[in-house]
Write a protein that binds this ligand. Structure first.
Ligand SMILES: [Fe+2]
Ligand SMILES: [Fe+2]
Length: 376
């Protein structure tokens, strides 16, 4: 009996998953196909998307692909982390002498020997993979089969980053799945709904543009793209408040802000970055300190800026919606040399503040002196 098994986080499903499974079913012609959403992949942090919704999306996307599809909640039943070799052993017990085919993406093909108990997998299953264009085949240490043709270079993390940055769902998500994502406000659609209701349209567009640019820079500087996009889309969440409201909000929630009294008197709008970080943490349950830190220091910087903080600071001042003449220059510079772009961005911010006859926050001056020292 031929058994095809396809596991994954499916968070969310995209056309890459669908075309891979469709072709595998056509080529292998299995007697049964087990689709096994991961409950908690050993290689990833636990998905915040509930298992039942990822299972629902799998059913919606794969249902029409063939007969004998088994949407298997094996990993949910197992509870904690589950390894692929355990899945293979489970299938061996479930069927009499099954001929098992394990479907995987080429992204994990070269890494299979590092999985737990790989010999159990290789001895008892044939690994089936689809190639992406440009894939460099290496000598394989196990039974494997490449599906004919090439498959799109898609990833669920890219899809999530796209939804989080833009608030829309890309065409690479099967239409059947789109409604589930919308209905349950997954992947940051809840954030977009919140921002649209509270920010002026231009400010909302600005947040999207900053997120676009942060995603590009995160790719270049090897920062987690989803973290960068999350920080960027939320960086101005507090901009919906007036100055007096920001002051009241900080006092009510006891938000710690350096030079707080001066800021309240001189330039309360500067408080918005600290309020945005508070909203990210308490309204949207953002837990990563580096994301919260980047949001809090996107206006004035700090002396220990992470790469993520630098990306957000620079993206904020030079995103595509910024029309002043140096925005283009800083934007291009950022792709080449982030620290140089940061220096320019800090310079423009200081000059703008002075030209507007506004109060210079000592944090901004400290940042400038720090960057100048570093540059020399
Ligand atoms: Fe801001
Ligand atoms: Fe901004």
């Amino acid at each position: 009996m031929k058994i095809l098994v396809f596991g994954g986080s499916f968070d969310p499903i995209h056309q890459g998953h669908v075309s891979l499974l469709r072709r595998a079913i056509k080529i292998i012609a299995p007697d049964a196909t087990h689709i096994v959403p991961a409950y908690h992949s050993p290689f990833k942090a636990k998905s915040p998307t509930p298992f039942r919704l990822r299972m629902q999306m799998a059913r919606q996307a794969f249902a029409g692909l063939g007969k004998n599809l088994i949407f298997d909640d094996y990993e949910l039943r197992q509870g904690g982390k589950t390894y692929t070799y355990q899945l293979i052993q489970y299938l061996q017990k479930r069927y009499v002498k099954p001929e098992i085919y394990l479907l995987v993406g080429t992204d994990c093909l070269n890494d299979l020997h590092n999985w737990k108990n790989p010999q159990v997998i290789f001895k008892n299953a044939t690994v089936v993979a689809g190639k992406r264009k440009g894939y460099q085949e290496r000598p394989a240490r196990f039974n494997h089969l490449f599906l004919p043709g090439f498959f799109p270079k898609l990833s669920s993390s890219r899809v999530r980053a796209h939804i989080l940055a833009c608030g829309d769902i890309p065409d690479t998500v099967p239409v059947q799945v789109v409604n589930t994502i919308r209905q349950h406000n997954l992947y940051g659609l809840n954030i977009h709904r919140w921002l649209k209701a509270r920010l002026k349209p231009n400010r909302y567009i600005h947040s999207q543009k900053v997120a676009d640019m942060a995603a590009v820079l995160a790719d270049i500087y090897d920062v987690n793209v989803e973290d960068a996009v999350l920080a960027a889309i939320l960086h101005d969440a507090g901009k919906g408040f007036t100055g007096p409201e920001l002051v009241r909000f900080c006092r009510t929630h006891k938000i710690k802000v350096p030079f707080f009294e001066d800021m309240c008197r001189q330039e309360p709008s500067l408080l918005h970055s600290f309020v945005s970080a508070w909203l990210a943490q308490h309204e949207f349950r953002v837990r990563k300190p580096e994301v919260l830190q980047a949001i809090a220091e996107h206006t004035l910087g700090s002396l220990q800026m992470s790469v993520l903080s630098k990306i957000l600071f620079v993206a904020d001042i030079s995103s595509k919606d910024r029309k002043y003449k140096d925005a283009f220059l800083i934007r291009n510079m950022a792709a080449e040399d982030l620290d140089k772009a940061l220096l320019y961005a800090a310079n423009r911010k200081l000059l703008f503040t002075i030209d507007s006859q506004k109060w210079l926050c000592p944090l901004g001056i400290d940042l400038w002196n720090h960057l100048i020292k570093q540059a020399k």
